[in-house]
Ligand binder design. Structure first.
Ligand code: ZN
Length: 149
């Protein structure tokens, strides 16, 4: 396991003990799957990853665990306007932005950690912790643009 994953886990366990919540096996299995994916995911996908590992954890439990990850500051929600709530690990340098094509709906992730670090710092100086982001970088992907011209 790499160091940043270990840090995220430690942060989650500190949060649980502060809130007097149990570090259940299910919660740690869900967190493992979430961290192993290493990119943004949505609840159905995470559910299937867990099933693929033969962990039969109900949808509602996965959902509640994700809410806890957000409360613990180790995850955040992303809304791309397609009705799906995506979740992403909130760790240093792990944030991405998304380009959404208006035509074919393709979602492309790109690394924009430096801009986001500034946003985070600005929010923190106001005593604010960012828990969700709404990113709408919408336009046309190169393929759709070529087809239109
Ligand atoms: Zn397109």
């Amino acid at each position: 396991m790499n160091q940043s994953k270990q840090k995220v886990k430690e942060q989650f366990h500190r949060f649980l003990s502060k809130k007097r919540l149990k570090a259940t096996l299910q919660r740690s299995l869900i967190l493992d799957a979430f961290l192993d994916l290493d990119r943004s995911t949505h609840i159905d996908e995470l559910y299937l990853v867990l099933r693929g590992r033969h962990h039969h954890i109900g949808h509602a439990t996965v959902y509640r665990a994700l809410r806890l990850f957000i409360a613990a500051g180790i995850a955040r929600e992303i809304y791309l306007g397609d009705g799906l709530t995506r979740y992403q690990v909130d760790g240093q340098g792990q944030r991405r932005d998304y380009l959404v094509c208006n035509d074919c709906g393709t979602v492309t992730e790109f690394d924009n950690s430096s801009t986001e670090r500034h946003q985070d710092e600005a929010a923190r100086t106001m005593g604010f912790t960012v828990q969700s982001l709404k990113i709408e970088l919408r336009g046309l992907c190169s393929r759709c643009l070529t087809q239109q011209s």
